[in-house]
Design a protein around this ligand. Structure first.
Ligand SMILES: C[S@@+](CC[C@H](N)C(=O)[O-])C[C@H]1O[C@@H](n2cnc3c(N)ncnc32)[C@H](O)[C@@H]1O
Length: 184
């Protein structure tokens, strides 16, 4: 077993303490980043970096980069250590701050082809409104916890489901994962 796999295995053991995505969701996201050939990925909710590492491992193959946002300083520091251990720190920008103002104030010149939403659940609708103009046509949004936190994420799920410029689907992965594609 290589060092990266060891780090991931250890993070999987503490997933409930850091609210990480499940291994199965990680497998899915890593696969999706790879097959969509994503180049510029945004993640909302870094925690200790587990999902960021899964995304970055795929980006090493596509040649892309990741920006991830976390407002809890301690967690961001742990994430940055984990990114180093997995040798993906050179393709990750880990921003400290609240996701919405960071998007509004620091990322307005960027365009993304893949966005993973996993920060506070009641914020999903506002995050979606803020990232929509920055998401390229054909870009993908993945959002975790849409079944486990269905009440909090309802405004987001209802909005994206009824929009004609998005195709979306809820997958029965642990906690429920919404995947959407911006069609136009
Ligand atoms: C579910 S955890 C993220 C887990 C991570 N994506 C993973 O699977 O490894 C959510 C994280 O988002 C952070 N968070 C919540 N709301 C936030 C916000 N509005 N802006 C930035 N970070 C936020 C929390 O501190 C927490 O560490």
């Amino acid at each position: 077993m290589n060092n990266i796999q060891l780090v991931l295995n250890n993070l999987e053991k503490t997933k409930d303490d850091f609210w990480n995505i499940s291994k199965e969701t990680g497998d899915f996201i890593e696969f999706l980043v790879k097959v969509s050939n994503a180049q510029n990925v945004l993640e909302l909710g870094t925690s200790n970096g587990y999902s960021g590492i899964r995304i970055a491992l795929a980006l090493k193959e596509t040649g892309g980069k990741l920006t991830t946002i976390e407002y809890w300083d301690k967690r961001r520091s742990i994430a940055m250590e984990n990114f180093k251990k997995c040798c993906v720190d050179n393709i990750i920008t880990a921003k400290l701050g609240s996701a919405l103002p960071v998007i509004q104030n620091e990322l307005q010149n960027e365009t993304f082809d893949f966005v993973f939403i996993d920060a506070n659940k009641a914020g999903y609708i506002k995050f979606f409104e803020a990232i929509h103009p920055l998401l390229k046509i054909g870009g993908i949004i993945v959002a975790d916890d849409v079944i486990s936190h269905c009440e909090q994420v309802k405004p987001f799920v209802e909005e994206i489901s009824k929009r004609e410029d998005y195709f979306s689907q809820i997958l029965n992965l642990p906690d429920g994962v919404l995947i959407a594609r911006k069609n136009r």
